[in-house]
Design a protein around this ligand. Structure first.
Ligand code: ADP
Length: 427
């Protein structure tokens, strides 16, 4: 809209200013043509009444001295340009064929000597806001050059008009922009209403479906566990099948719980503050480190940590634990044996920054932009680890945003990844 309104205003400005200048030049030409009608007379009277040291002879002086004053006074210069005499914004000079000024009216001066005897000469002095037009005057009968009329006019009022035109266009454009933006906003809001409604319905459906699926899954799991408890009566073949049912149900339970968490956070984003309490972030990190150290040892990965004490945030404890667990356990899961994972907590301005740096499989740059998408799993990730739903990072990002923070990631394929979690600190 800004581009359209801006270019339209510019075109309008250019057209109007072009027309104003053309009109201005035409008026000057008309004045010069009228003044040209008495050049012959001026030349004649000038020869007769000119005193050698009288350099500033005006047309009025000449008329007063001349016997032919009636002729001149009745001439078109007066009739057609009544505004001319005494007008500070315009000057006329009558020049002979040698370009020497004979008489003049008005005090405007412009330095411009080079002009052609065969065409209308125009010149703008932008520094002093002046315009000058020189019209060569020829004898009607033999078409011989008899002299020139030089008009000098101030462009001040033109500039003033253009200045107000510019202001009107800017104000008008601004007003039009506000109106169109408001209109566009209302129209977009109205047209998006059905999409937003169906999006909400979809979120509600995911939340309801995951919630409803939890009960039958629990029933399947409990029943399968009960059968397993009496495994003496079951054949080896069936025992294996039931174990598969139990582990598949557990996996499905995790998936359904993850989906429910995401759906709930989608819905609750506006009333998040209600469930938030003050949390010691360093202690949560320490507990997590203690918990995952065992996993790191069993995977032969060196896990190091460096935690700044006394960092407090406002949030939901289980969600923050979930966020950190997802990132740190990913680092351990996607780092091969003998690798290294460094877990740090630092304060920077009003942010607590948790950095998880690993020397794992890394992610290539094309895949990096998809990393927080739901159900997305990287090529390398899938071949390194069969299990996984692709929901871990989506949940982590959602929780970080829910807490007023963000997650960033840098990664180099086959060299490792660095995840940074930013959470706003309090106190
Ligand atoms: P999941 O781990 O269940 O597959 P996530 O959402 O946690 O799901 O991760 C999505 C994908 O991002 C993984 O499948 C993997 O390809 C990639 N990924 C996540 N963390 C790392 C990491 N530290 N190093 C390399 N790849 C990672």
């Amino acid at each position: 809209m800004i581009a359209i309104l801006g270019s339209t205003s510019l075109i309008i400005y250019e057209i109007i200013s072009h027309n104003l200048f053309r009109q201005f030049e035409n008026n000057a030409l008309k004045t010069a043509t009228n003044a040209g009608l008495i050049l012959d007379l001026v030349k004649h009277e000038h020869e007769e009444y000119f005193k050698p040291n009288d350099f500033n002879l005006t047309l009025k002086d000449l008329i007063n001295r001349s016997e032919a004053n009636i002729n001149i006074a009745n001439n078109n210069v007066y009739k057609n340009n009544p505004y001319f005499f005494g007008n500070q914004d315009i000057s006329i000079q009558w020049l002979n064929e040698e370009k020497k000024v004979l008489v003049k009216e008005g005090n405007l001066i412009i330095q411009w000597e080079e002009f052609s005897p065969s065409k209308i000469n125009k010149y703008y002095d932008y520094q002093n806001n002046l315009f000058s037009l020189i019209l060569p005057i020829k004898n009607h009968k033999n078409d011989q050059l008899i002299g020139y009329i030089k008009i000098i006019e101030s462009t001040g009022f033109l500039k003033n008009n253009l200045f107000w035109l510019k202001i009107s266009l800017i104000l008008g454009g601004g007003f039009a922009l506000i109106l169109t933006t408001g209109g566009a906003f209302l129209l977009t809001k109205q047209s998006l209403q059905p999409i937003i409604a169906s999006f909400q319905e979809l979120k509600q459906f995911t939340a309801d479906a995951s919630h409803e699926l939890r009960t039958p899954l629990t029933v399947i799991k409990t029943s399968a566990d009960l059968v397993l408890n009496n495994h003496e009566e079951i054949s080896q073949d069936n025992l294996h099948k039931i174990k598969t049912i139990v582990s598949a149900t557990e996996e499905m339970n995790i998936l359904v719980n993850d989906l429910l968490l995401l759906a709930r956070m989608d819905k609750e984003i506006t009333e998040k503050e209600k469930f938030f309490i003050k949390l010691p972030l360093d202690e949560i990190c320490e507990d997590l480190f203690d918990l995952l150290e065992v996993q790191a040892q069993s995977s032969q990965i060196t896990l190091k940590c460096d935690l700044t004490p006394n960092l407090w945030i406002k949030g939901n404890a289980s969600h923050v634990q979930r966020l950190l667990t997802n990132i740190l356990s990913n680092a351990l899961q996607y780092t091969p044996k003998k690798g290294k994972v460094i877990f740090t907590l630092k304060k920077e301005l009003h942010w607590a920054i948790i950095t998880v740096e690993d020397t794992g499989i890394g992610i290539n740059s094309q895949e990096l932009k998809n990393i927080f998408h739901r159900f997305w799993r990287g090529e390398g990730g899938r071949s390194h680890r069969k299990e996984g739903s692709g929901l871990g990072l989506a949940i982590a990002e959602k929780i970080a945003i829910h807490h007023g923070g963000k997650i960033t990631v840098e990664s180099v394929l086959s060299q490792g990844s660095t995840f940074r979690i930013y959470l706003p600190i309090i106190g």
